[in-house]
Design a protein around this ligand. Sequence first.
Ligand SMILES: Cc1cc2nc3c(=O)[nH]c(=O)nc-3n(C[C@H](O)[C@H](O)[C@H](O)COP(=O)(O)O)c2cc1C
Length: 318
Amino acid sequence: MDPKALRQAFGTFVTGVTVITARDRDGTPRGMTANSFTSVSLDPPLLLVCVGKSAGSYPVFSTTESFAVNILHEGQTHISGTFASKSADKFQGISHDSVHTGAPVLTDSLTWFDCSLHQRVDAGDHVILIGQVQAFGTSTAAPLGFCRGAYASVKDPLPTGWLDTHGMVVSYLVETQRGVLLRDDGKGGFVLPRARRRRPEAQLLLEGSAGLQLFPETMFLYSVFDVADDDPGQLIYRARLAGDALPMDLPADLHVFDFDDIPYDAIPTNEMRSVLRRYARERSDRRFSIFVDSDDGGRVAILDGDTRSWAQHQNDIQ
Ligand SMILES: Cc1cc2nc3c(=O)[nH]c(=O)nc-3n(C[C@H](O)[C@H](O)[C@H](O)COP(=O)(O)O)c2cc1C
């Protein structure tokens, strides 16, 4: 059988492109481009990839007990090129993270699967790695395709029922020494102020005003409303104003309301009313939760203690 012709015939099967990753014995991240990915089973959750025995990273994949599969999006042909090369440092400038097993998960990808090794099967000039998915994440980006040895673009309209969260409205529930900051909506109602921008030093630029300085450690996700297909979705952060003074140039439509005095009847939506009620309740014992809207009425997760920095968290789990 002519191997070249066989390779060409195999190549007519359209696939996506993945970068499979693992750590060698020293903990150094290793990875290679692979399109031999296949989903295998939902229960238990299994997938497979085939690694050529001539690949430089074969010794790592033939011994590792965990690996990650990172499916690339359409903007990542250069990443595919890097990881298909023999470059000594493929991870240079590539942001990655440990999620569950410790295998490097690329921060930017279409979808990732973090797997423990389920089974290794010897198969000719390749070894099949069957992984059990321990954690995964996905996005709505368009996938990178591959066919007949070339990258292909895939028409990828979001299927109906998927949420496209571009243009999400970002609002802030800012607690000041005297109460909560609300914006007069000009129609007799009060809404949470929106902000388009946030500076790294926890400075918030509310629409139409100069910056508000917040305590960075108090700023955290509070509510996500992202259910209806036809509305852009709302992301609400909570935060506390640093210091006691509101800035002099606070726009006239911004008002501070004591928590016992929030004009709930003038808050135009149920969602915002419930966000404010929950916050007013939770702030007394400083035990906050995160609410995410869903088709079944929404879900709340209670934060056990204060938030802490990612660096601190990494230190604590090591
Ligand atoms: C789109 C694409 C798909 C690939 N798929 C695989 C694959 O599934 N298995 C494999 O062993 N090599 C595959 N390769 C080739 C490897 O990426 C290539 O041999 C790489 O040099 C391996 O890196 P390493 O030698 O540093 O381990 C693919 C290459 C490309 C460009």
